[in-house]
Design a protein around this ligand. Structure first.
Ligand code: APR
Length: 320
């Protein structure tokens, strides 16, 4: 049986981690693509040499030509620049928009059938730009943010309750930025709603609010510590979960930046919502029944995404 082909556009911190995880999980043949000559080739060789120790059969290739991603089943895009301390994700827009134009052209030519997961920031605007520049179907181009933001929320809650993060479910909606909406009402520990845990005195509402805020600032906290770049282990793990759901038709229900065509009253942009990812791509956008406060918070976040998309349209009017 032919192996799946996974192309990683950007062989930096996230790209390298993605390749390692894809190898260990035996997801398929991995092509690492980068504009820098030598880096993807060096990482491919290093990763191949980890295989005898880890115990998997490797197939890694480093590339500087888009032709090498030909007929990829999944493409994960991390090409671009990450933020440094003091920068917001939005500060990256101009540089990374140009990168999305190049990547989109490569996808259009060599991997038009692929399921594409964008990780490059500012996420919701870059995934919008990537869909436009590639011309791929909207349900085959998604952005990875919700799985990561939810994982951060889960981890912080697991620390607070001193229980396994595996038994914690959370849902984070909206844009991948300061306005994201961690949904307390749709989050639980082994099915016990967080509101009940407040009543059970496992946590106070004040502490819960602090954890929600720490989740929103989760990326910045890591940038502040690393100083030279942004998070990469958790983003890579999160993107790979989405890829696996597509490749194995798992139909996972995951929060992702999906194209909205009227759902939640939003049209024509990407924003974080729960979706079902199957072999068809985004098979369905799930519309949650939101309270008016939750709706307001989501609309505030959607507005922030719209402003970024408008900046993209000003820089590249052909994308409008
Ligand atoms: N085409 C392909 N690769 C590119 C291009 C391009 N036009 N421009 C830059 N790159 C490559 C860089 O050479 C680098 O190897 O993208 C890689 C980015 O890697 P890192 O700088 O290590 O960044 P990383 O931490 O992996 O984050 C990548 O994901 O989470 C987001 O904010 C983050 O936008 C950033 C992206």
């Amino acid at each position: 049986m032919a192996r799946n082909k996974i192309a990683l556009i950007g062989a930096g911190q996230i790209g390298g981690t993605l390749a390692h995880l894809a190898g260990i999980r035996e997801l398929g043949e991995v092509v690492l693509f980068d504009v820098v000559d030598g880096v993807p080739q060096g990482k491919a060789l290093d990763l191949s040499q980890s295989a005898p120790v880890e115990g998997f059969s490797p197939k890694f290739k480093g590339a500087n030509e888009y032709a090498d991603i030909k007929d990829a089943d999944v493409v994960i895009v991390t090409a671009g620049v990450p933020r440094k301390p003091g920068m917001s994700r939005d500060d990256l827009i101009e540089i990374n928009l140009k990168v999305m134009e190049q990547v989109g052209a490569g996808l259009r030519k060599y991997a038009p059938e692929a399921f594409v997961i964008c990780v490059t920031n500012p996420l919701d605007a870059m995934v919008w730009a990537l869909q436009k520049t590639s011309g791929l179907p909207r349900n085959k181009v998604v952005g990875m943010a919700g799985v990561l933001d939810s994982a951060r929320f889960r981890y912080f809650l697991s620390e607070e309750f001193d229980v396994s993060p595996q038994d914690i479910h959370t849902m984070v909606l909206g844009g991948h930025g300061d306005t994201m909406v961690p949904l307390i009402r749709y989050s639980s520990v082994a099915g016990i709603p967080l509101a009940d845990l407040v009543k059970m005195r496992w946590i106070t509402q004040k502490r819960l609010d602090e954890i929600v805020q720490r989740t929103r600032d989760g990326g910045a906290e890591i940038v502040g510590l690393l100083k030279t770049g942004s998070a990469f282990y958790a983003p890579a793990a999160a993107a790979l979960d989405m890829a696996e759901s597509y490749l194995n038709d798992k139909k996972r229900v995951l929060p992702a930046a999906a194209y909205l065509n009227g759902e939640y009253g939003v049209k024509g942009i990407y924003a974080g919502v729960p979706v079902i990812i199957s072999a068809k791509g985004v098979e369905r956008v799930i519309e949650l029944d939101l309270s008016s406060a939750e709706k307001d918070a989501l609309m505030h976040s959607v507005q922030a995404v719209k402003s970024l998309v408008e900046i993209c349209q000003r820089i590249a009017p052909n994308l409008a």
